[in-house]
Ligand binder design. Structure first.
Ligand SMILES: [Zn+2]
Length: 70
C-alpha cells in the first residue's frame, strides 16, 4: 500500500519497490533460480517451476527420457 503524491516518478519508484518486496517473498524457481514473479507456479514433484521456464523444463525432461532409451 502506498500513497500517491503529486510526483509521478516517486509514485512509480514506490510502486516498483513494493512489487519487488512482494516478489522477494515468493519461492524460487528451480530452473532460473529467480523468485517466481507470478501468483502461481508449476509443481513437478518437489520442484517449483515458474511460467517462464515450464516449457524449457518439460522439454529438457523429455530429452532425458529419450536418452534413457538408447
Ligand atoms: Zn524460472
Amino acid at each position: 500500500m502506498w500513497i500517491f503524491t503529486d510526483r509521478p516518478e516517486r509514485d512509480y519508484d514506490n510502486y516498483i519497490r513494493d512489487l519487488q518486496r512482494r516478489i522477494e517473498r515468493h519461492p524460487k524457481c528451480i530452473c532460473c533460480g529467480e523468485n517466481i514473479p507470478h501468483d502461481h507456479a508449476f509443481r513437478i514433484g518437489d520442484d517449483l517451476v515458474c511460467e517462464d521456464c515450464i516449457d524449457e523444463y518439460l522439454i529438457e525432461n523429455c530429452m532425458e527420457h529419450l536418452d534413457d532409451d538408447e
